[in-house]
Ligand binder design. Structure first.
Ligand SMILES: Cc1cc2nc3c(=O)[nH]c(=O)nc-3n(C[C@H](O)[C@H](O)[C@H](O)COP(=O)(O)O)c2cc1C
Length: 328
């Protein structure tokens, strides 16, 4: 890439066509990220779920460390970790940014897509896409404190897409290093299919890298997405939950066979279970957690052996889960 290329101006530690594992509340906690990073090494980065910056009281540093993962902090896992925060007008942002500075977080991402009613009522998450004055103030505060990579993850608007281009411009003008776009409005929640045209349009009009997100499920989708949108990189959420080894398939040019899926699933559940064993002594919590990451991963197996997912979800303990996986 030549030095005059617009991407050269940004502080993004990503080669073009990188694959990012998206932030998912209730999924991408530290044990989960560690499992993915241990087993499926081709993801270029993986994001924490959001940490809400409070408006009253100061988080102790250990809360940040817990969010990152105390055993991940200061290790090479951090080299590929995106730390996501969620802020609102009333958040004690400056104070918490100072704490983050002490932790030397490399890549900070601002959540501007969360559709939750409570979050939006408190003027955070996707609400900020409807109030560019507050958004500008928040972006300025973060940018002036956080000198390394700072990105924003947006939807295409709050109620509708009428401010989409203004939002992109504002974020770029405030010195953000890249924008991830989940190509739906907040009002759409998860309805329909994300419209890749928004990402294509953003790539055309922005001078900073655009990371596309929304309804990328297979390696073929990844190729089509890059061809169609020309996005710098892609971020994948539900597709990554369905196929946590998707980046390996893509980079190794491999096919996602059922045999490979079963083999990976056994390793995946056992790694996650073992990692949780170190912290959660209660088997019930561990079992619940394994079920919580099983939303899409069984889909291809259901086609050849219907009822497998139901059997897995009915398991009371880990031995029973292993039996189900071994019986496929
Ligand atoms: C269970 C779940 C939790 C999510 N939590 C977050 C989150 O903490 N932060 C965030 O920016 N987006 C979150 N998202 C949104 C995803 O990162 C992503 O933008 C969205 O699912 C669209 O991408 P996909 O079609 O690849 O799933 C979450 C999505 C899901 C399914």
């Amino acid at each position: 890439m030549d030095a005059s290329h617009p991407y050269m101006k940004t502080n993004l530690p990503l080669k073009e066509k990188s694959l990012l594992f998206a932030p998912m509340e209730g999924v991408t906690d530290s044990y989960y990220r560690k499992t993915v990073q241990d087993l499926f090494k081709k993801w270029d980065f993986i994001a924490t779920d959001f940490l809400r910056i409070p408006s009253v009281g100061l988080f102790p540093q250990k809360q940040f460390l817990h969010h990152i993962g105390t055993d991940i902090y200061n290790t090479s896992y951090m080299d590929k970790t995106i730390f996501q925060i969620l802020a609102s007008e009333r958040s004690l942002l400056e104070e918490h940014l100072l704490l983050l500075k002490q932790l030397e977080i490399n890549w900070l991402d601002l959540n501007l897509g969360c559709p939750s009613k409570t979050v939006c009522k408190n003027k955070g998450g996707s609400y900020l896409l409807s109030d560019l004055k507050i958004l500008k103030k928040i972006l300025k505060t973060i940018r002036s404190s956080h000198k390394s990579t700072f990105t924003a993850k947006i939807r295409v608007g709050f109620e509708d897409d009428s401010m989409f281009e203004d939002i992109l411009k504002l974020i770029e003008d405030e010195g953000v290093d890249a924008i991830t776009i989940h190509a739906r409005t907040r009002a759409q929640l998860y309805k329909g299919i994300a419209n890749w045209d928004y990402v294509k349009q953003a790539v055309k009009i922005s001078n900073i890298p655009i990371i596309g997100n929304g309804d990328i499920w297979t390696t073929k989708d990844i190729d089509n997405y890059f061809d169609y949108t020309q996005a710098h990189s892609v971020m994948i959420a539900r597709g990554a939950l369905k196929t946590p080894w998707l980046a390996d398939l893509y980079y190794n040019n491999e096919e996602d066979t059922i045999e490979l899926r079963i083999d990976h699933m056994k390793k995946y559940y056992s790694s996650l279970y073992e990692k949780m064993q170190l912290i959660h002594k209660d088997e019930k919590i561990r079992i619940k957690r394994l079920k919580a990451v099983s939303r899409y991963i069984f889909d291809p197996i259901e086609q050849i052996k219907p009822g497998t997912k139901r059997s897995f979800l009915l398991c009371q303990n880990y031995e029973q889960m292993q039996d189900v996986l071994n019986s496929i």
